[in-house]
Write a protein that binds this ligand. Sequence first.
Ligand code: MET
Ligand SMILES: [Zn+2]
Length: 733
Amino acid sequence: MNKATTIGYLQLDGKRAWKRALESFWQEKTSEEALHQTLKTLRLHRLHKQESYGIDHVPVNDFTYYDRMLDTAWMFNLIPARHRTNDTPDVTEYFAMARGTVDAGACAMKKWFNTNYHYIVPEYENQPLKLVRNLPLEAYAEAEAAGITDAKPVLIGPYTFVKLSSGFNSLGEGLEAVLPLYTQVLAELNARGVNWVQLEEPYAVTDEAEADAESLAHVYETLSEVAPNIMLQTYFEAPAVYETLTQLPVAGLGLDVTKPRTQKLLKTQGFPADKVLAAGVIPGDRIWKQAPAQVETLLRFVEETAHPKALWVQPTTSLLHVPETKTHETRLSQTLYDQLAFADEKLAEVKTAASRTAPAETTHPAPVNEHAAVFAGVDTHRGTNADKRRVAQQSFQLPLLPTTTIGSLPQTTDVRKLRRDYKQGELSAAAYEEALEARTAGWIETQEALGLDVLVHGEFERNDMVEYFGERLEGYAFTDFGWVQSYGSRGVKPPIVHDTVHRPEAMTVKAAVHAQSLTEKPLKGMLTGPVTMVNWSFLPEDQPKSVTAAEVAEALAEEVRDLEAAGITMIQIDEPAFKEGYPLRAADQAAYEDWAVRTFQRTHRDVADSTQVHTHMCYSQFEEILEAVGAMDADVISIEASRSRGKILEAFADGQFVNDIGLGVYDIHSPRTPAVAEMEAMIERCLDLFPAERFWVNPDCGLKTRSEAEAKASLEAMVEAARNVRERVEAKV
Ligand code: MET
Ligand SMILES: [Zn+2]
């Protein structure tokens, strides 16, 4: 019988006990001692749970107080000077790095590969490194004391750790710094009698790994001398350096065998006979139950092509990316409920798959191509150019450097309470709507008083920019406890697309028309774009992602037409998740861009030249995707620019990009009121690159998380900065 294994389990349980424990400690409502105690209980609970499902080599040290990259950095004494308060770091340093303090900003946070999880970026500044505590060893000992023998300590591998850290001048320098510490950790595990250890190297699936193959080999040649059996675990794609990995002196290799590229590698290159193959056969980042026959077929394929020394059956990724269990859901239809498998249901699937040996009759279904072409033969483009539209849109009579916001305005406690009361039936639909309209009316006055040139209604009715539209479209379903960790203690409940997406009726027209009726200034209608809608949802299993995006695009196109017909002729279609959907391999990029750009284009294809389309993206490396952004052809794109102090504009300035740009002049994540002079300087710098006619001035994202006072003060300063620069530019001509 094959072994049933997992790569890692999730932190954010459905009841959110983990989150509550952390937040109550941060709010100083519980002691540090109580925090450790509560988290230990949760930690042991999940170990026993996995064991009870029949999982072998239950992973330990996958449980974190915030993030696993952070755990590793902290354990190595890789603490930025600004966060250090003790000689030997403790939770103070740990949470200072994660969340910042009054005096010291947090470490940066970045997207974990192509998932919606964000990790903490360790900062190397030549600190002397040392092993502060051997966390994997402690976790192993704890499990053993709880009666779980043969647990598998897991940690992020040295190669991936260095690649994702900042401050190392080169991979070589980074490895030189951390390899001795990994060696010490692993040697201590070995001395303790640990059997297997899992080292995760997801970076080995990226194109960049090809150039790093030698370093990877060096790392594992060094570590295997001292370590227990190493399971070198990859996920998210097939390794880009498969041949190198197969030749390493490690005891096992973990692969996502559902990926077509992995299957091809197994077929053409085989698998080393001296290694264990940990085969990811149950999708760890999706929520659909697998047909047992299909899994068996896949396993049979693996056995026949790989002939490994032994086979471990496991999910393709850590279970971090799915909710804990479906068992507490009551709102889902029986059909849908029956089709779902969240983390705990996957444990059962893994066990079942590992236990069966009977060969299946069915043939392996052709893998779905996520990036299948859509809108074949359909012209999705607006069919007009930026210059023509600029002329038609002069009717808005905007000043030079018009000021606006990104859409959401502060969601104060009373706004949240309104939504909650309405959802729980304590407030009638009419009373709810009236309260929202009053809120919008107040802010229309405020925006006018602040002197903003283009207004918004404020998005008070939206808890989340994807959920809001999902709830109004057919084909979506929502869970009550389906939390997935996004970063730290923060989670999201991604909607589930389970059927064809349709728009039964207009979704945003009424609120926009009401808001516009209160002002002479133009008001932007606010929509969430098709790419973001699919990148932040769980999608049907057997359908390419692009197909769902195309359905959403048609629904949004209807909404755009309705808005236009109702007199809302400035419409923003947000795409903050456009960049994060990019595939891990360059070879897949063109196919992604094709459907992503075309579905976005489709949403605004049918509007008149005089209707102005905006889009908004935040926190993206725009340099890499500029051509696609240009092809989306929104009249105005607002971008995050404050953190790079406008440097990003250099990429836009090479002449290819013809649309207008909304400069995000201050960081909305900071509670600090930005200085007028600072914002002026940034605008001025950008004017060296572009004519002033092409710029807008705005914050770098929505203001929903800010207090009213913070938002007002910041916007006041922003409007003043724009005015000052406007006056100077106009005085020059
Ligand atoms: C993450 S992007 C958010 C855009 C949205 N319109 C807002 O202002 O909140
Ligand atoms: Zn944003």
